[in-house]
Design a protein around this ligand. Structure first.
Ligand SMILES: Cc1cc2nc3c(=O)[nH]c(=O)nc-3n(C[C@H](O)[C@H](O)[C@H](O)COP(=O)(O)OP(=O)(O)OC[C@H]3O[C@@H](n4cnc5c(N)ncnc54)[C@H](O)[C@@H]3O)c2cc1C
Length: 109
């Protein structure tokens, strides 16, 4: 990816494993612009498969379930907005509306 993407803002809806992998892959592939990851759940992105297995059987700690912990999100310069749903997308205006009334602009969604 070229340096011309520095002014770009990519927004990802859904802070599950897929959303976190997209965000982290963008950085690994050289995307230098702004990344915002929006999730309805308060928790940073976590893996669900071990939740009903290793975690409940006591073989894994809650901490180990995270795909990206808050400090990793910060290090990768991924803005995480948790605990709020996206309620509408306006592709013409390039904005997403959040349940708390905020509107966030994007270049790519
Ligand atoms: C308990 C459990 C155990 C599992 N075990 C296995 C397994 O052993 N093997 C296996 O292959 N799969 C398993 N799965 C399924 C696997 O976890 C899912 O396939 C995987 O989590 C999908 O990841 P995802 O990021 O695509 O979607 P999700 O994990 O569903 O993440 C989507 C995220 O987007 C958020 N979201 C949705 N809409 C909005 C919105 N409008 N605004 C903001 N946020 C939004 C949701 O809150 C959610 O956090 C399991 C699932 C669960 C729940």
């Amino acid at each position: 990816m070229s340096e011309s993407n520095q002014d770009q803002h990519y927004v990802i809806i859904g802070a599950g494993q897929a959303g976190a992998e997209v965000a982290s892959s963008l950085r690994k592939r050289g995307f230098e612009g702004r990344i915002t990851l929006i999730g309805e759940e308060q928790a940073p992105p976590y893996r669900r498969p071990p939740l009903s297995k290793a975690y409940f059987s006591g073989d894994a700690t809650g901490d180990s379930l995270f795909v990206m912990k808050p400090e990793q999100l910060e290090k990768a310069r991924i803005d995480f907005i948790g605990g709020v749903a996206v309620t509408a997308i306006d592709p013409a205006a390039h904005t997403v509306a959040l349940a708390d009334g905020r509107s966030i602009g994007y270049d790519r969604l």
